[in-house]
Design a protein around this ligand. Structure first.
Ligand SMILES: *Cc1c(COP(=O)(O)O)cnc(C)c1O
Length: 340
């Protein structure tokens, strides 16, 4: 079964633009210090403020509809972009959504993604993710999801379960398709970038980007800037879902560990905690390009790209791509970090 044969439900406005960022390049030292930076605007996928999850959800919702599902069930952090976009996708497809969201308790402003989840009238279940709990957040989430799913079934609903971040083999299809779109744009523009920078979270995006770059012999190496830890476990996971996706698409390509680059140098104190370099990147992009990054994913990914330019790691006569994966609503939940 090729990509074109997969069940797919249209949710995103495609293709998203590929834009050069000349003022950012200027601010980073101009053509003697900084490569040309092309930004792939997947923050403009359109669904409920956009982001990368729209590409995965096209295939996940396609499968859900094929199976006759009535409710999408997923989980994530309280400011999860994936949860917000799943809730919106469910509405567009005539379904409902149930979300299991973990929160560290203290501050949970009704802002950003959480506010949108409620406006979309998703069924929101919040679990306590403070560290002094008896079980891990993952365990608590798994138990809650099983409970929510069972309750939905007793109400006569047909739940369709989507893992954190939409990162399974079906979700991987999203960035196989996304890569084909990007390669078409690069070829039309006569561009051969050396790297593609992006924010690495639950790794479904990475699976698709790396599989397709290998399959289609892209000029660039996908360069993941991680925003959370657990690299070893996540590498095993992306190998598994990437290769399962390849198999399901009937591709001859198989992935090995060496195909993946996941740079952990820009995580800072942890997932969802902004760093000074991340906040600098957010301000720089706004000032130079009138464009917004987010404090959890794209700000950190861009802080990695900026640092690489400043350290002279990148050939200024070449170009790189920055994949803007969205996340904008989270900005409004990080007012305290940003007002300083
Ligand atoms: C989910 C997300 C990512 C990471 O994608 P994964 O497939 O989970 O690795 C990056 N940026 C934003 C804004 C996201 O919401």
């Amino acid at each position: 079964m090729s990509l074109a044969d997969q069940p797919r439900f249209s949710l995103a406005y495609l293709p998203t633009p590929l834009q050069e960022a000349p003022r950012l390049r200027q601010a980073l030292g101009g053509d003697r210090a900084c490569p040309r930076i092309l930004i792939k605007r997947d923050d403009l996928t359109g669904l409920a403020f956009g982001g990368n999850k729209a590409r995965k959800l096209e295939f996940l919702v396609g499968e859900a509809l094929d199976l006759g599902a009535t409710v999408l069930v997923t989980s994530g952090a309280v400011q999860s972009n994936h949860a917000r976009m799943t809730a919106a996708a469910a509405r567009v497809a005539g379904m409902k959504a149930a979300l299991v969201l973990s929160s560290t308790g203290k501050s949970r402003p009704l802002q950003g993604n959480l506010l949108l989840d409620y406006l979309l009238d998703a069924e929101v279940h919040i679990i306590d993710a403070t560290t002094d709990q008896k079980m891990s957040v993952d365990e608590a989430q798994t138990i809650k999801i099983a409970e929510v799913t069972a309750t939905l079934k007793t109400r006569g609903e047909r739940p369709y379960l989507i893992p954190v971040g939409g990162s399974n083999a079906v979700g991987v299809f999203g960035y196989v398709a996304g890569t084909l779109e990007l390669l078409t744009q690069l070829s039309a523009a006569g561009e051969s970038p050396t790297r593609l920078y992006y924010a690495n979270g639950s790794r479904g995006t990475q699976g698709g980007l790396v599989l397709a770059a290998k399959m289609f012999n892209a000029s660039y190496r996908p360069y993941g800037i991680s925003v959370s830890g657990g690299a070893q476990e996540k590498l095993q996971r992306v190998l598994q879902i990437g290769n399962e996706a390849a198999e399901r698409l009937g591709l001859p390509t198989r992935l090995i560990s060496d195909d993946f680059t996941s740079d952990e140098a820009y995580i800072g104190p942890g997932y969802g905690i902004s760093t000074p370099a991340c906040l600098e990147a957010i301000r720089l992009l706004a000032r130079c390009e009138g464009l917004f990054l987010d404090p959890v994913y794209t700000g950190k990914a861009m802080s990695g790209l900026i640092d690489h330019v400043r350290r002279g790691f990148l050939d200024p006569s070449k170009s790189v791509v920055f994949l803007h994966t969205g996340g904008i609503p989270a900005l409004f939940a990080y007012v305290e970090d940003l007002e300083a």
